[in-house]
Design a protein around this ligand. Structure first.
Ligand SMILES: Nc1ncnc2c1ncn2[C@@H]1O[C@H](COP(=O)(O)OP(=O)(O)OP(=O)(O)O)[C@@H](O)[C@H]1O
Length: 334
Protein backbone atom coordinates (compact mmCIF):
# COMPACT_ATOMS: atom_id res chain seq x y z
CA UNK A 1 0.00 0.00 0.00
CA UNK A 2 1.16 3.54 -0.68
CA UNK A 3 1.98 5.75 2.30
CA UNK A 4 1.05 8.76 0.18
CA UNK A 5 -1.20 8.47 -2.89
CA UNK A 6 -2.11 11.55 -4.89
CA UNK A 7 -4.43 11.81 -7.90
CA UNK A 8 -5.17 14.91 -9.97
CA UNK A 9 -3.83 17.36 -7.38
CA UNK A 10 -4.18 20.98 -8.44
CA UNK A 11 -3.20 24.27 -6.84
CA UNK A 12 -3.11 27.69 -8.48
CA UNK A 13 -1.79 30.97 -7.17
CA UNK A 14 -3.77 33.89 -8.60
CA UNK A 15 -4.92 31.69 -11.46
CA UNK A 16 -1.42 30.40 -12.30
CA UNK A 17 -1.00 26.65 -11.72
CA UNK A 18 1.81 25.69 -9.30
CA UNK A 19 0.65 22.07 -9.09
CA UNK A 20 -1.14 20.82 -12.15
CA UNK A 21 -3.16 17.58 -12.12
CA UNK A 22 -0.35 15.86 -10.22
CA UNK A 23 -0.21 12.12 -9.63
CA UNK A 24 2.19 10.66 -7.06
CA UNK A 25 2.65 7.30 -5.35
CA UNK A 26 5.00 7.05 -2.39
CA UNK A 27 5.25 3.39 -1.27
CA UNK A 28 5.33 2.56 2.43
CA UNK A 29 8.82 2.34 3.88
CA UNK A 30 10.36 4.03 0.83
CA UNK A 31 12.72 6.97 0.71
CA UNK A 32 11.13 8.91 -2.12
CA UNK A 33 13.36 11.53 -3.74
CA UNK A 34 11.13 14.30 -5.10
CA UNK A 35 13.10 16.17 -7.75
CA UNK A 36 12.44 19.18 -9.95
CA UNK A 37 13.75 22.54 -11.10
CA UNK A 38 13.32 25.68 -8.98
CA UNK A 39 9.67 26.67 -8.97
CA UNK A 40 8.45 23.33 -10.33
CA UNK A 41 5.98 22.83 -7.46
CA UNK A 42 7.73 20.56 -4.94
CA UNK A 43 7.19 22.68 -1.83
CA UNK A 44 3.62 23.46 -2.85
CA UNK A 45 2.92 19.73 -3.24
CA UNK A 46 4.45 19.01 0.17
CA UNK A 47 2.42 21.79 1.79
CA UNK A 48 -0.74 20.37 0.21
CA UNK A 49 0.13 16.90 1.54
CA UNK A 50 0.62 18.27 5.04
CA UNK A 51 -2.49 20.44 4.93
CA UNK A 52 -0.55 23.71 5.11
CA UNK A 53 -2.30 24.83 1.89
CA UNK A 54 -5.76 24.16 0.50
CA UNK A 55 -5.98 22.30 -2.77
CA UNK A 56 -8.24 23.38 -5.61
CA UNK A 57 -8.76 19.85 -6.89
CA UNK A 58 -7.69 16.23 -6.64
CA UNK A 59 -7.27 13.63 -3.91
CA UNK A 60 -4.56 13.15 -1.30
CA UNK A 61 -4.55 9.98 0.74
CA UNK A 62 -2.06 9.25 3.52
CA UNK A 63 -1.66 5.80 5.08
CA UNK A 64 -4.89 4.77 3.36
CA UNK A 65 -6.99 7.59 4.83
CA UNK A 66 -8.01 11.02 3.50
CA UNK A 67 -5.18 13.52 3.84
CA UNK A 68 -7.26 15.85 6.06
CA UNK A 69 -8.06 13.13 8.62
CA UNK A 70 -6.65 14.46 11.97
CA UNK A 71 -5.51 10.94 12.89
CA UNK A 72 -3.33 10.83 9.81
CA UNK A 73 -2.01 14.35 10.34
CA UNK A 74 -0.66 13.33 13.75
CA UNK A 75 1.41 10.58 12.07
CA UNK A 76 3.28 13.08 9.85
CA UNK A 77 6.64 14.64 10.71
CA UNK A 78 7.30 17.75 8.68
CA UNK A 79 10.16 20.10 7.83
CA UNK A 80 9.21 22.52 5.08
CA UNK A 81 11.25 25.67 4.51
CA UNK A 82 12.46 26.84 7.97
CA UNK A 83 11.94 25.06 11.28
CA UNK A 84 9.07 26.75 13.17
CA UNK A 85 11.13 27.72 16.23
CA UNK A 86 11.26 30.75 18.52
CA UNK A 87 14.69 32.44 18.16
CA UNK A 88 14.89 33.67 21.78
CA UNK A 89 14.05 30.28 23.31
CA UNK A 90 16.59 27.52 23.74
CA UNK A 91 16.63 24.53 21.41
CA UNK A 92 15.42 22.39 24.33
CA UNK A 93 12.53 24.76 25.10
CA UNK A 94 11.45 24.82 21.44
CA UNK A 95 11.41 21.04 21.28
CA UNK A 96 9.64 20.89 24.65
CA UNK A 97 6.81 23.04 23.24
CA UNK A 98 6.59 20.71 20.26
CA UNK A 99 6.38 17.74 22.65
CA UNK A 100 3.50 19.43 24.49
CA UNK A 101 1.71 20.13 21.19
CA UNK A 102 2.00 16.47 20.29
CA UNK A 103 0.92 15.37 23.79
CA UNK A 104 4.03 13.21 24.27
CA UNK A 105 4.14 11.41 27.65
CA UNK A 106 7.89 11.79 28.31
CA UNK A 107 9.13 14.99 26.61
CA UNK A 108 12.61 14.96 28.12
CA UNK A 109 13.41 11.44 26.89
CA UNK A 110 12.01 12.22 23.42
CA UNK A 111 13.96 15.48 23.12
CA UNK A 112 17.20 13.69 24.00
CA UNK A 113 16.40 10.90 21.52
CA UNK A 114 15.78 13.21 18.55
CA UNK A 115 18.72 15.51 19.34
CA UNK A 116 21.00 12.51 19.49
CA UNK A 117 19.66 11.22 16.14
CA UNK A 118 20.78 14.44 14.44
CA UNK A 119 24.00 14.82 16.48
CA UNK A 120 22.86 18.00 18.25
CA UNK A 121 22.80 16.97 21.93
CA UNK A 122 25.29 19.71 22.81
CA UNK A 123 23.02 22.44 21.34
CA UNK A 124 20.13 21.79 23.77
CA UNK A 125 20.89 24.82 25.97
CA UNK A 126 21.66 27.24 23.12
CA UNK A 127 19.19 29.88 21.93
CA UNK A 128 17.74 28.79 18.58
CA UNK A 129 18.36 32.23 17.03
CA UNK A 130 22.08 31.92 17.81
CA UNK A 131 22.43 28.55 16.05
CA UNK A 132 24.17 28.35 12.67
CA UNK A 133 22.18 27.62 9.50
CA UNK A 134 23.32 23.99 9.49
CA UNK A 135 22.46 23.56 13.19
CA UNK A 136 18.99 25.01 12.56
CA UNK A 137 18.45 22.53 9.75
CA UNK A 138 19.46 19.60 11.96
CA UNK A 139 17.20 20.88 14.76
CA UNK A 140 14.37 21.20 12.22
CA UNK A 141 14.86 17.53 11.31
CA UNK A 142 14.89 16.64 15.04
CA UNK A 143 11.61 18.51 15.45
CA UNK A 144 10.09 16.54 12.56
CA UNK A 145 11.20 13.27 14.19
CA UNK A 146 9.43 13.93 17.48
CA UNK A 147 6.73 11.44 18.39
CA UNK A 148 7.98 8.68 16.02
CA UNK A 149 6.04 9.76 12.89
CA UNK A 150 5.17 7.09 10.28
CA UNK A 151 5.70 9.50 7.39
CA UNK A 152 8.36 12.20 7.16
CA UNK A 153 8.06 15.08 4.72
CA UNK A 154 11.38 16.90 4.43
CA UNK A 155 11.96 19.88 2.15
CA UNK A 156 15.69 20.36 1.47
CA UNK A 157 16.76 18.96 4.87
CA UNK A 158 20.46 18.97 3.96
CA UNK A 159 20.48 22.59 2.83
CA UNK A 160 23.42 24.36 4.47
CA UNK A 161 24.77 21.25 6.20
CA UNK A 162 28.48 20.43 6.39
CA UNK A 163 29.78 16.99 5.38
CA UNK A 164 29.30 15.61 8.89
CA UNK A 165 25.74 16.96 9.06
CA UNK A 166 24.90 15.46 5.66
CA UNK A 167 26.24 12.07 6.74
CA UNK A 168 24.32 12.22 10.05
CA UNK A 169 21.03 13.00 8.29
CA UNK A 170 21.71 10.31 5.66
CA UNK A 171 22.38 7.65 8.32
CA UNK A 172 19.36 8.73 10.38
CA UNK A 173 17.00 8.52 7.40
CA UNK A 174 18.40 5.14 6.32
CA UNK A 175 17.99 3.83 9.87
CA UNK A 176 14.40 5.12 10.14
CA UNK A 177 13.36 3.66 6.78
CA UNK A 178 15.15 0.31 7.12
CA UNK A 179 14.72 -0.42 10.82
CA UNK A 180 11.52 1.38 11.72
CA UNK A 181 9.60 1.27 8.43
CA UNK A 182 9.24 5.06 8.30
CA UNK A 183 8.34 6.49 4.89
CA UNK A 184 10.42 9.50 3.85
CA UNK A 185 9.41 12.01 1.19
CA UNK A 186 12.43 14.21 0.61
CA UNK A 187 13.33 17.00 -1.79
CA UNK A 188 16.90 18.00 -2.49
CA UNK A 189 18.82 19.69 -5.26
CA UNK A 190 21.90 17.72 -4.18
CA UNK A 191 21.16 14.77 -6.44
CA UNK A 192 24.40 12.91 -5.77
CA UNK A 193 23.50 12.77 -2.08
CA UNK A 194 19.87 11.88 -2.77
CA UNK A 195 20.92 8.95 -4.93
CA UNK A 196 22.77 7.45 -1.94
CA UNK A 197 19.51 6.94 -0.04
CA UNK A 198 16.48 7.10 -2.35
CA UNK A 199 14.62 3.88 -3.16
CA UNK A 200 12.12 5.71 -5.40
CA UNK A 201 12.04 8.93 -7.40
CA UNK A 202 9.40 11.34 -8.60
CA UNK A 203 10.40 13.99 -11.14
CA UNK A 204 8.15 17.03 -11.39
CA UNK A 205 8.17 19.75 -14.05
CA UNK A 206 5.86 22.76 -14.17
CA UNK A 207 3.61 21.24 -11.52
CA UNK A 208 3.22 17.97 -13.39
CA UNK A 209 4.74 14.60 -12.52
CA UNK A 210 6.77 13.59 -15.56
CA UNK A 211 8.28 10.39 -14.20
CA UNK A 212 8.05 8.08 -11.19
CA UNK A 213 10.50 5.22 -10.92
CA UNK A 214 12.29 2.94 -8.48
CA UNK A 215 16.03 3.22 -7.89
CA UNK A 216 16.42 -0.13 -9.68
CA UNK A 217 14.55 1.22 -12.74
CA UNK A 218 16.78 4.28 -12.72
CA UNK A 219 19.79 1.98 -12.71
CA UNK A 220 18.55 0.19 -15.84
CA UNK A 221 17.64 3.44 -17.59
CA UNK A 222 21.01 5.01 -16.87
CA UNK A 223 23.15 4.36 -19.92
CA UNK A 224 26.29 2.34 -19.49
CA UNK A 225 29.53 3.33 -21.19
CA UNK A 226 33.20 2.46 -21.31
CA UNK A 227 35.34 5.03 -19.52
CA UNK A 228 38.81 5.24 -21.01
CA UNK A 229 41.72 7.59 -20.35
CA UNK A 230 44.52 7.77 -22.91
CA UNK A 231 47.67 9.76 -23.61
CA UNK A 232 45.72 11.92 -26.10
CA UNK A 233 41.97 11.92 -25.45
CA UNK A 234 41.07 14.24 -28.33
CA UNK A 235 42.82 12.01 -30.87
CA UNK A 236 41.42 8.89 -29.21
CA UNK A 237 37.90 10.37 -29.47
CA UNK A 238 38.32 10.84 -33.21
CA UNK A 239 39.64 7.31 -33.63
CA UNK A 240 36.92 5.71 -31.51
CA UNK A 241 34.13 7.67 -33.22
CA UNK A 242 34.94 5.82 -36.45
CA UNK A 243 33.74 2.64 -34.83
CA UNK A 244 31.27 3.65 -32.07
CA UNK A 245 28.25 5.89 -32.53
CA UNK A 246 28.81 8.26 -29.62
CA UNK A 247 32.01 9.32 -27.88
CA UNK A 248 32.30 12.15 -25.37
CA UNK A 249 35.43 13.91 -24.13
CA UNK A 250 35.37 14.69 -20.39
CA UNK A 251 36.89 17.57 -18.46
CA UNK A 252 38.91 17.19 -15.25
CA UNK A 253 35.69 16.86 -13.20
CA UNK A 254 34.42 14.02 -15.37
CA UNK A 255 31.79 16.19 -17.10
CA UNK A 256 31.35 16.15 -20.89
CA UNK A 257 33.16 19.10 -22.49
CA UNK A 258 30.84 21.34 -24.45
CA UNK A 259 31.37 21.92 -28.17
CA UNK A 260 34.00 20.25 -30.26
CA UNK A 261 36.00 23.46 -30.79
CA UNK A 262 37.68 23.09 -27.38
CA UNK A 263 40.17 20.55 -28.72
CA UNK A 264 43.11 22.14 -26.88
CA UNK A 265 41.58 22.01 -23.38
CA UNK A 266 42.78 19.55 -20.73
CA UNK A 267 40.81 16.35 -20.56
CA UNK A 268 39.78 13.75 -18.01
CA UNK A 269 39.19 10.74 -20.25
CA UNK A 270 36.45 9.65 -22.63
CA UNK A 271 33.10 7.97 -22.60
CA UNK A 272 32.34 5.47 -25.31
CA UNK A 273 28.64 4.67 -25.40
CA UNK A 274 27.25 1.54 -27.07
CA UNK A 275 30.53 -0.31 -26.53
CA UNK A 276 29.61 -3.49 -24.71
CA UNK A 277 33.12 -4.59 -23.95
CA UNK A 278 36.01 -2.51 -22.60
CA UNK A 279 38.54 -4.93 -24.11
CA UNK A 280 37.20 -4.14 -27.57
CA UNK A 281 37.83 -0.43 -26.98
CA UNK A 282 41.27 -1.09 -25.57
CA UNK A 283 42.25 -3.30 -28.52
CA UNK A 284 40.95 -0.78 -31.06
CA UNK A 285 43.00 2.02 -29.50
CA UNK A 286 46.11 -0.17 -29.37
CA UNK A 287 45.69 -1.01 -33.07
CA UNK A 288 45.65 2.72 -33.78
CA UNK A 289 48.78 3.37 -31.77
CA UNK A 290 47.13 4.89 -28.69
CA UNK A 291 48.20 3.96 -25.19
CA UNK A 292 45.41 3.27 -22.64
CA UNK A 293 46.09 4.63 -19.14
CA UNK A 294 42.82 3.52 -17.55
CA UNK A 295 39.71 1.70 -18.73
CA UNK A 296 36.50 0.45 -17.05
CA UNK A 297 32.76 0.02 -17.56
CA UNK A 298 30.55 2.68 -15.90
CA UNK A 299 27.06 4.21 -15.88
CA UNK A 300 25.67 7.76 -15.82
CA UNK A 301 24.27 8.75 -12.40
CA UNK A 302 21.02 10.35 -11.20
CA UNK A 303 22.22 13.91 -11.86
CA UNK A 304 23.05 13.29 -15.50
CA UNK A 305 19.92 11.23 -16.04
CA UNK A 306 17.87 14.10 -14.62
CA UNK A 307 19.64 16.77 -16.71
CA UNK A 308 19.15 14.62 -19.81
CA UNK A 309 15.45 14.23 -19.03
CA UNK A 310 15.08 17.99 -18.51
CA UNK A 311 16.88 18.73 -21.80
CA UNK A 312 14.56 16.33 -23.58
CA UNK A 313 11.50 17.94 -21.98
CA UNK A 314 12.67 21.36 -23.17
CA UNK A 315 14.12 20.56 -26.57
CA UNK A 316 12.86 17.11 -27.53
CA UNK A 317 14.58 13.67 -27.67
CA UNK A 318 18.31 13.58 -28.37
CA UNK A 319 18.81 17.09 -26.95
CA UNK A 320 21.69 15.93 -24.76
CA UNK A 321 23.87 15.05 -27.71
CA UNK A 322 23.89 18.71 -28.75
CA UNK A 323 25.10 19.73 -25.31
CA UNK A 324 28.29 17.74 -25.14
CA UNK A 325 31.46 17.42 -27.17
CA UNK A 326 30.08 14.78 -29.43
CA UNK A 327 32.11 12.80 -31.86
CA UNK A 328 29.99 10.82 -34.27
CA UNK A 329 29.79 9.97 -37.96
CA UNK A 330 28.56 13.47 -38.88
CA UNK A 331 31.16 15.45 -36.98
CA UNK A 332 34.42 16.99 -38.24
CA UNK A 333 33.69 16.10 -41.86
CA UNK A 334 34.39 12.44 -41.33
N1 LIG B 1 2.69 32.07 -1.96
C1 LIG B 1 2.82 32.07 -3.27
N2 LIG B 1 2.19 33.00 -4.01
C2 LIG B 1 2.30 33.00 -5.37
N3 LIG B 1 3.01 32.10 -6.08
C3 LIG B 1 3.67 31.15 -5.38
C4 LIG B 1 3.61 31.09 -3.95
N4 LIG B 1 4.35 30.03 -3.55
C5 LIG B 1 4.87 29.47 -4.67
N5 LIG B 1 4.46 30.14 -5.76
C6 LIG B 1 4.79 29.80 -7.16
O1 LIG B 1 4.42 28.45 -7.38
C7 LIG B 1 5.38 27.80 -8.20
C8 LIG B 1 5.91 26.56 -7.48
O2 LIG B 1 6.64 26.97 -6.34
P1 LIG B 1 7.28 25.94 -5.31
O3 LIG B 1 7.83 26.73 -4.17
O4 LIG B 1 6.27 24.90 -4.99
O5 LIG B 1 8.45 25.29 -6.18
P2 LIG B 1 9.67 24.37 -5.73
O6 LIG B 1 9.73 23.28 -6.72
O7 LIG B 1 9.55 24.00 -4.30
O8 LIG B 1 10.90 25.33 -5.96
P3 LIG B 1 12.35 25.37 -5.25
O9 LIG B 1 13.11 24.17 -5.75
O10 LIG B 1 12.94 26.63 -5.76
O11 LIG B 1 12.15 25.37 -3.77
C9 LIG B 1 6.46 28.83 -8.52
O12 LIG B 1 6.18 29.39 -9.78
C10 LIG B 1 6.29 29.86 -7.42
O13 LIG B 1 6.66 31.14 -7.89
Amino acid sequence: MDAIAIEGLTKTYRGIPAVDNLTMHVPRGSIYGFIGENGSGKSTTEKLICGLLTKQGGRVSILGRPGDDPLVRSRLGVLIENPGCFPDSTVYRNLFMQALNLGLPNPDKEIRRVLSLVGMESAAGQKFGKCSLGMKQRIGVAQALMGHPDVLVLDEPINGLDADGIRTIRETLLHLAHDEGVTVLITSHVLGELSKIATHYGIIRRGHMIKEMTAAELETECQSFVYVATEDDWRAAQVLARRWRRVEVLDGDGQPIHVKSSTGSPTGGLRVYDALDSEDVSRYLFEHGLFVREIRMNRIGLEEYYLQLMDEQRHGPGARMNRAAYYGPNEDGR
